[in-house]
Design a protein around this ligand. Structure first.
Ligand code: AMP
Length: 419
């Protein structure tokens, strides 16, 4: 099947070709014709399946082929996303697929100045991408109206509910006309997600591209057992010795992510962090630096990393296990994209065993923990003189260890090809 078999506008076909897409992905094959026919959709698709183009391409086509121009302060299409990062990413895709089409689009999320958003909305928008909170601010202030909306897309609906956005979504829905086309995307389908879908969709077509909760075959999954106070040391060692140049590391909490990032920097690694306590500017910068390889390590919380698409990401590390087994699937789905091979490494401590079992049950596989030589249980007691809690709290090491750590940092920097 090729893109030419869809009744998509020639300019969109040309753009897709320019981007080097040979053929539509499974979700695109199913979604594009249905959206073009005006159907509502209930789609089970995860990030990495090409779902953004699956709704953006036909949406752009529909917007291009309607004579009706957009009115001041109105939006014709709205894409709601749970996180700022995902909003920005969808907006970037929209601009890329819609290059040269003269459609007006904008992205609204919090954490950045609202002024430029007023200006964008004043002229009216063909497509608005937004997170629920900031969109509600605009709706309350009357700086955008949605009563002429024709298309609504909910992206990662499950995550929006996880993040407690249901009341916000319901407030937004009250402002929308009933007569519209709605596309609903979610990676998982809990009762709450299905209930929300039922209130939003009108006789929807259902689409499922990959079994939810399955992990990709091309991602190698390793589990290393380690004492909790030596996790950071093991991670630094692995990054240096295996010469990983682009590693996404997941931590459970914002504080944990921040602390780990600082410790990795002390180890001489180029590390950055994205989590909810960082300003939007800092998060975007860290992500851009990571994508352009200025940073080798990006430490993230689940929420901040949700939906991120980093091309050809080779390694994902579960520094902490997630709170929810489903997040394991989302996390490791960041690697092994587009058929490339990837590695997902989990650092497992004694306390993590129940969660490992839950993950095994969910993903229907056995994950056999391994122990690396030198990192056996309690090996640290013979291995070094630092007290575990000193190490863990990021306090400075005693001088001999500091010297050793400097040398290790130098070696790692060399291994990573830096002067
Ligand atoms: P998404 O699931 O929307 O986050 O997309 C994942 C990645 O796949 C993005 O980097 C897209 O640029 C890329 N992509 C989307 N559609 C195609 C396609 N038909 N062929 C190749 N790459 C694609």
């Amino acid at each position: 099947m090729s893109f030419a078999s869809f009744a998509l506008d020639q300019r969109l076909q040309a753009r897709v070709q320019q981007l080097g897409y040979q053929q539509p992905t499974a979700v695109q094959q199913q979604c594009i014709p249905l959206v073009l026919q005006g159907r509502d959709l209930l789609a089970a698709a995860q990030t990495g399946t090409g779902k953004t183009a699956a709704f953006v391409l036909p949406l752009l086509h529909l917007l291009l082929h309607q004579a009706k121009a957009v009115n001041f302060l109105q939006a014709r299409a709205l894409v709601l996303t749970p996180t700022r990062e995902l909003a920005q990413q969808v907006f970037d895709s929209l601009q890329s697929y819609g290059e040269g089409l003269m459609l007006k689009s904008a992205v609204f999320y919090g954490g950045v100045s609202i002024r430029p958003q007023y200006d964008a909305a004043a002229r009216g928008l063909d497509v608005l991408v937004a997170t629920p909170g900031r969109l509600l601010d605009h709706l309350h202030q009357g700086t955008i109206r949605l009563d002429e909306l024709q298309y609504l897309v909910l992206d990662e609906a499950d995550r929006m509910l996880d993040m407690g956005f249901l009341p916000d979504i319901q407030r937004i829905l009250k402002r929308l006309p009933a007569n519209r086309q709605t596309l609903f995307f979610s990676a998982t389908f809990s009762k709450a997600v299905k209930a929300l879908a039922a209130t939003l969709l009108n006789n929807p077509e259902q689409i499922e591209v990959a079994r939810a909760n399955s992990t990709a075959d091309n991602v190698e999954q390793l589990v290393y057992q380690v004492d909790s106070q030596r996790k950071r040391e093991l991670l630094s060692y692995l990054i240096g010795s295996r010469q990983w140049t682009q590693v996404l590391v997941f931590c459970r909490t914002r504080d944990g992510a921040e602390r780990l990032c600082k410790q990795l920097r002390l180890d001489g690694l180029e590390a950055g962090a994205i989590h909810g306590d960082k300003s939007q500017g800092a998060r975007l910068k860290a992500l851009a630096d990571f994508k352009s390889n200025k940073l080798n390590v990006l430490v993230a919380t689940d929420v901040a990393a949700r939906g991120l698409d980093i091309e050809q990401l080779p390694v994902v590390v579960n520094y902490d296990l997630p709170q929810d087994a489903e997040d394991y699937v989302h996390r490791i789905g960041r690697t092994g994209r587009a058929g490339l091979s990837g590695l997902a490494l989990t650092l497992l401590t004694q306390d993590d065993m129940p969660m490992l079992r839950s993950i095994e049950k969910l993903t229907r596989q056995v994950l056999q923990p391994q122990v690396l030589p030198g990192y056996e249980h309690n090996a640290s007691l013979n291995h070094r003189s630092t007290k575990p809690d000193q190490e863990h709290s990021g306090k400075k090491l005693p001088s001999r260890n500091r010297q050793l750590s400097k040398e290790k940092a130098k070696l790692r920097a060399q291994a990573l090809g830096k002067k």
